[in-house]
Design a protein around this ligand. Sequence first.
Ligand code: SAM
Ligand code: SF4
Length: 328
Amino acid sequence: MATALVDPHNRTVRDLRISITDRCNFRCTYCMPQEGMRWLPRSELLTFEEIERIARLCVERFGFDSIRLTGGEPTVRADLPVLVTGLSALGVDLALTTNGATLARLAGDLQRAGLRRINISLDTLRRDRFCEITRRDALDDVLAGIDAARHAGLAPIKLNCVLVRGVNDDEILDFAQYGRERGLEVRFIEWMPLDGGGSWTADRVVPAREVIDRIGAVWPVDQVAARGTAPADTWTYRDGGGRVGVIASVTQAFCAACDRIRLTAEGQLRNCLFSVRETDLRAILRSGGSDDEVAAAVEAEVGRKWAGHTIGQVHFVRPARSMSQIGG
Ligand code: SAM
Ligand code: SF4
């Protein structure tokens, strides 16, 4: 019988975000420093068995019902479908967040392994801009990956687009149209100070309210009631063109409904994207720790979950890790 994990702010934690690698085939400017990234040696990454053990424990002991695989870029990890097969057997809502560049090859295998839903990140539909943002000439690969995910029957497919003022905020309507034409929910994300390189400034965040106003002026939208614990505020097009979402992580933080914890690729448990401390689950696993000991460590970390991030306040401290090392 599972016992729900309730944090000190009365939030039930039931969503585990697992970064399965810190490596990435892209170098998105808003996500990681452009110089000096050093990948973890393979021996430091949690093995699939270790990941599955922690995930199983969270599901069976604490009733977690949602697992999200992320990275770095999760599809660069060899044999990803093997991990998906193992985790899908847990019977929870399992999703993957990817930059989509290798999906043309992998989407079918992932679907057959038990993956149902997928989030694909894409920040521009223009090739030259794509190269500038990601440092890779791979826009066609990502677009082919999106098509492959659709043909493989993965659903829903959500497209994540991080907006940065002066970089891609002139593409909001292009993205809305791209999503409408393909039945994909585009989710515009406010840029958070997790680039690891210190290039974030508040004036380059594009507020979610502005995004919806600009889209609504062309295609009228209605807000879907009750967001629940999901970070996205969702809107439906009045003409039946599907849905569009905004993730207002900075201007309208949704911390009060946060139900998640995060595991880094090397097995550090974080109770918030912006945590400045972590619990070393890998050390417990590799020193022969019992399930009770791992469970106690998870429970203790949830017990330290703070009320919310403090971006914009004087005492805000940027975490040392970049988004690519935490997982988003
Ligand atoms: N590589 C995969 C991808 O790009 O989808 C998974 C990891 S990535 C860190 C997860 C999500 O975080 C992506 O949607 C990405 O756009 C988003 N992201 C990265 N840096 C961000 C930042 N500084 N602020 C907001 N979102 C960010
Ligand atoms: Fe890599 Fe994803 Fe970060 Fe881009 S957003 S650098 S693809 S981890």
